[in-house]
Ligand binder design. Structure first.
Ligand code: ADP
Ligand code: 5GP
Length: 201
């Protein structure tokens, strides 16, 4: 199952993704490619694959990406091979923007889309400032984009409001766990149970 989380910069997508990866089994993170500068706290290959613009454009030409977009002036994209990492039972978690989510929706009808909202706009500003990883102008750019992209929540199946972190983590985990209980997803597990009922003691 593909789980797509989207939301304004600073809404807490990375924080929530990391917690879910720690706390739930069988979830893999889709490591995106980006041309933006690595932050001090980030690890190449874990948070992102950091590449040059030339490399990124080559990936587009070679059709290596399942989706890509220009976000806050930088290229971001998901390599097809990231999605192939999902096993039969395993889920893949994608942290991508609204444009990328739209492209995944076109190609993967069964993916689950979760929008992450911050509690209020001033709190989003505070969190971006406190994160201290973006320049003042980058923060302004991100806040400007946030005002527009927030409207896209209507296109999503679920909304998690990241006010109190523990509650938001529980909500995101609940979405994933409830999706895993869907009958069509469970069919493989159900079959041996049904067969056992058909056997004589
Ligand atoms: P995103 O990945 O959506 O850009 P981050 O996960 O980097 O957002 O979160 C932005 C900042 O807000 C980080 O410094 C993070 O520690 C902080 N943060 C995330 N969730 C909460 C929360 N529920 N309460 C307070 N701070 C939070
Ligand atoms: P950041 O620079 O804060 O890590 O991410 C900026 C924005 O880019 C976020 O909205 C994030 O979800 C988005 N993003 C990260 N990876 C991808 C990707 O592979 N594709 C797309 N379309 N957006 C991405």
């Amino acid at each position: 199952m593909l789980i797509v989380i989207t939301g304004p910069s600073g809404s807490g997508k990375s924080t929530l993704a990391n917690r879910v990866l720690e706390e739930l089994e069988n979830v893999e993170f889709s490591v995106s490619h980006t041309t933006r500068q690595k932050r001090d706290t980030e690890i190449e290959g874990k948070d992102y694959h950091f590449v040059s613009e030339d490399e990124f454009k080559r990936m587009i030409q070679d059709e290596k990406l399942v989706e890509w977009a220009v976000v806050h002036g930088h290229y971001y994209g998901t390599a097809k091979k990231e999605l192939a990492r999902g096993t039969e039972e395993g889920d893949i978690l994608l942290d991508i923007d609204v444009q990328g989510a739209g492209q995944i929706r076109e190609k993967h009808k069964k993916a689950v889309f979760v929008f992450i909202l911050p509690p209020l706009f001033p709190e989003l500003r505070k969190r971006l400032e406190k994160r201290g990883q973006d320049s003042e102008s980058a923060i302004q750019k991100r806040l400007g984009v946030a005002r527009a992209e927030i409207q896209a929540y209507r296109e999503f199946d679920y909304v998690v409001i990241n006010d109190e972190l523990t509650k938001a983590v529980e909500e995101l985990k609940s979405v994933i766990l409830s999706q895993r209980c869907r009958r069509e997803i469970r069919e493989k597990e159900i079959m041996p149970i049904l067969r056992s009922f058909a056997e004589r003691d």
